[in-house]
Design a protein around this ligand. Structure first.
Ligand SMILES: O=c1ccn([C@@H]2O[C@H](COP(=O)(O)OP(=O)(O)O[C@H]3O[C@H](CO)[C@@H](O)[C@H](O)[C@H]3O)[C@@H](O)[C@H]2O)c(=O)[nH]1
Length: 596
């Protein structure tokens, strides 16, 4: 329990009752994994043909990676705890005057991918925090260097004079105007709500108008300090090359709201940019204030990890009411591009001199090191996922048995390893508050990522590592398309655009379906001796087919804007056929034999 001189806790924790079961399972599963790996190693040494050598080698590598990732996952299972927070005790423990000053940093980088009204809402909700107002400073960092974003923030500063007292006097909890007005408020505040809503909507119209026109119209710039601020956007001013712009929009010791109360600080900052010096993306933007580490596209992971290595102690709070809400992309190509960037950034840390496996375990101990390694090595999941998405299926299509028969003891080992991993994952998910349906989609997304963003991230990282290419920060779009949102709410996957990221997963969908269908033909014809030998391969192909149902729908049945474009389906079908031909030529002499 973390208590203080007043004896009142701010948070407590208790260990999970699953701890012992988790530890026993880790030992049993670890032994089973070692048995499988040693079987692969022996088979490799005893392999008699080149085909069996390469197939066994592929499984040895893939299963070693699965075993490594399983080992890293155990760090989360060794000592799980439940924490409870008591924010209501804060005021009894510390005098309000002793609360520390609070700097909140909001970053934005492109007014067309990150709509300025979202930034305005974020800034307003932070300014209206239930916290001593003069201690709050909000910094908006604009890496887009956009006069449109500055205009939106100027509007926010004016609206805040009404919004902050409204929130304070009416104990409003949803302090983001967008979130507050999204719900119908049938209360005694109706008139007040109506007035402030009209004010908000007018501001929204002005901001959206400016964004649509792409410039701040003269009629909107009236005050001398506004003219001065916008004069910095000269002809030479571009988003990649411009001087620093700092604009104090509200000053806590001077500006007052409409009820005469002081306001928090609100400061717009667009740091200097030059085409000749690297600006380190968000990490560089953050360094306008906190001390963030450079060298990875996932600055949050890298900085948090390095601070932990240096002895920083943090705790994970998960209160019932979320402290923050974030934006997530709702169409697949945005998700996969975002995940690809994370994959590259994580590998930049995993294979650096600060690798969690070496540096991390030395600095923080094996459990913390492994926990960070779990994220750092995230993209290497793609290797086993790709192997299991294609190899059992291509061999099945060519009549080659590569797994033990149902009657052999090794078959039970496979069953144990598969069910053990999946059931533990499902339990973790459900005990953390998820549903079976969400878990199913989550594991489906894991497979999809393995066949796209992890794979492309791994390749791009290797290209960068070998000096062949570089990569930048591809900003995630936060713009919401109404049709896409509707499909997202119905649980329909959004493909829509033609992207190389969709090709391997469409190929996998085709190859799995073909193998599953062909396996049935083989079993019914009795050609390849039976279901016994082909069962594991058919099960994997069938599991692939069930996971790929949204892909078949998106290729064949859908006509909305979110379907898979014809170009992607044609390219993927052609490549899947080439892959089959290559496998056929390689495996034809091994047909009707067993490799396991
Ligand atoms: O040159 C840049 C690029 C990005 N950003 C800002 O960085 C943030 C993160 O970019 P975004 O494209 O939204 O990345 P996401 O992947 O969606 O964000 C997650 O992953 C990032 C690491 O890749 C973390 O920085 C974020 O906190 C985390 O929410 C955004 O606010 C951007 O405006 C900048 O300030 N300057």
């Amino acid at each position: 329990m973390s208590s203080n001189t007043h004896g009142l806790p701010l948070h407590t924790h208790k260990p999970s009752r699953r701890t012992t079961a988790n530890r026993i399972f880790a030992v049993l599963y670890g032994c089973a994994t070692l048995a499988l790996l040693s079987h692969h190693a022996l088979s490799l040494l005893n392999s008699t043909t080149l085909t069996s050598f390469f197939i066994t080698l592929t499984f040895l590598i893939s299963d070693s990676i699965l075993a490594f990732m399983f080992a890293t996952t155990q760090s989360f299972h060794m000592r799980p705890i439940y924490r409870k927070e008591f924010p209501e005790n804060l005021i009894r423990v510390v005098e309000e005057s002793e609360f520390p000053a609070l700097d909140v940093f909001i970053s934005t980088a492109d007014p067309y991918k990150e709509p300025p009204m979202n930034v305005v809402n974020t800034a307003l909700s932070v300014m209206a925090y239930d916290y001593p107002i003069q201690k709050v400073s909000v910094y908006v960092s604009d890496d887009g260097g956009s006069s449109l974003t500055l205009f939106a923030l100027m509007e926010a500063a004016k609206f805040a004079r009404h919004w902050l007292p409204f929130c304070r006097n009416n104990n409003i909890v949803d302090c983001s105007p967008e979130a507050y007005f999204a719900i119908d408020r049938d209360s005694h505040l109706s008139d007040q709500v109506e007035n402030i809503k009209v004010m908000y909507k007018r501001m929204e119209v002005r901001v959206k108008n400016v964004i649509e026109r792409g410039k701040v119209a003269q009629e909107y710039i009236t005050r001398e300090e506004e003219i001065q601020a916008f004069s910095k956007w000269t002809e030479e001013f571009t988003r990649q090359d411009h001087p620093t712009v700092i604009q104090v929009l509200l000053e806590s010791n001077k500006d007052k709201d409409i009820t005469g109360n002081l306001m928090p600080n609100l400061i717009y900052v667009s740091r200097e940019k030059s085409k000749t010096s690297t600006h380190h993306f968000k990490a560089g933007a953050l360094n306008v204030l906190i001390g963030v580490r450079y060298g990875s596209l996932v600055e949050d992971y890298f900085t948090g990890y390095r601070l932990q290595c240096e002895g920083w102690k943090s705790i994970f709070c998960h209160p019932d009411r979320a402290a923050f809400y974030g934006d997530i992309p709702i169409n697949l190509v945005e998700v996969l591009n975002q995940n690809k960037r994370w994959a590259i950034g994580l590998l930049e840390v995993a294979f650096s001199k600060f690798s969690p496996i070496t540096f991390g375990t030395r600095a923080m101990g094996p459990l913390m090191g492994l926990a960070y390694a779990h994220s750092g090595f995230w993209p290497i999941w793609s290797i086993p996922i790709i192997s299991y998405a294609f190899l059992p299926q291509l061999t099945l299509l060519n009549g080659l048995t590569i797994f033990p028969k149902v009657s052999e003891p090794w078959f039970l080992l496979y069953v144990y390893l598969f069910l053990g991993a999946y059931i533990q994952d499902l339990l973790d998910f459900v005990l953390a508050g998820g549903t079976f349906y969400r878990w199913w989609n989550d594991q489906r997304m894991w497979i999809i990522r393995g066949l796209s963003s992890y794979l492309f991230g791994l390749i791009e990282f290797l290209l960068k590592y070998s000096g062949i290419s570089t990569h930048g920060f591809n900003l995630t779009s936060k713009v919401l398309d109404e049709d896409q949102r509707k499909r997202y709410e119905q649980g329909t996957m959004e493909f829509g655009v033609s992207s190389p990221l969709f090709v391997p997963l469409t190929m996998a969908a085709i190859v799995n379906l073909a193998a599953f269908a062909w396996g049935h033909v083989e079993v019914f014809r009795g050609t390849n001796n039976n279901l016994e030998g082909l069962f594991v391969q058919m099960f994997i192909a069938g599991f692939g087919v069930v996971n790929c149902i949204p892909i078949y729908e998106a290729i064949i049945f859908r006509s909305d804007g979110g379907k898979i474009p014809r170009k992607t389906s044609v390219v993927a079908t052609f490549l899947a056929f080439l892959l089959y031909l290559a496998a056929h030529v390689t495996l034809r002499n091994s047909a009707a034999k067993s490799v396991f």
